[in-house]
Design a protein around this ligand. Sequence first.
Ligand code: DON
Length: 313
Amino acid sequence: MPNQPDGTEIQSVLDDIAIRMAGEADRGEVASYIPELARVPLNRFGIAVAPLHGEPIIAGDAEMPFSIQSISKVFALVVALGHVGASLWRRVGREPSGDPFNSIVQLEFERGKPRNPFINPGAIVVSDVILEHQSDEADPHPVLDLCQRLADAPDITVDEDVFASEVATGDRNRALAYFMLAEGNIRGDATKVTERYFRQCSIEMSCRQLAAATRFLATGGEGADADIAGVTPERVRRLNALMMTCGCYDASGEVAFRIGLPCKSGVGGGLVAIVPGVGSIVAWSPGLDKKGNSVLALKAIEDLAHRLGWSVF
Ligand code: DON
């Protein structure tokens, strides 16, 4: 069982990390392939820990909303599993890809079945499943709705500028969707499916909100609304397994080696890490490394996990 420090100890370590991160010179580069993301100042850094009970403990820019991007793939997977259960795995695999998140090469060899639900093609199939089960397309996005409910924050929204920027520059994702359509693994309108995917990536949340919303992954599903059909203890264990093996794309092995916790990253610079039985951690800083993971968020969570003795190993 990982160490269970008290709130005061966690607060003082978070404060210290925020001060040290402010002085870091090597901050990576802000994602520019989605132009709207490139506008976020490089000097931002926030961190939050949501223990199993009570309010998240925060430091730095932890109340500032940022684009959750691929972190939304965890929430989308919960929604899709709630609709179709284990039959999802006939359309999406559960193996790390070893390739970048937007790679197309493997998809051709593997006849349109993405390696896992966290690379872009896998998340696009998950979006197709969600859209197929949405009775009215005009309903609020189920992934946004889930984020609001889990964080208990109805004011969480989609950043429409980021969304427009993703639609305008999303040819690679549309290529992935159309390729899978040709292989029979997309059932709906491929353009609409990618728009749903862009919309979930454009949800904005703060570290505090995201820590609260991912806490169910540390509690084994307890405490999440009873009507969230995808959240069962068994699924929560499996979501953690997928985050550990595939959550940071072709850096997942390196992240497991450095941090030793299930993690999920996004190109908005957010990083979620789960300490089973203890709580969830979210760090955010927009500068990324070459594999699309936040340089300072990785560094901060690595430091926090080592100082507090948190690891699943
Ligand atoms: O589809 C994309 O490229 C982005 N909306 C999301 C990618 C992402 O966050 C990958 N994560 N590191």
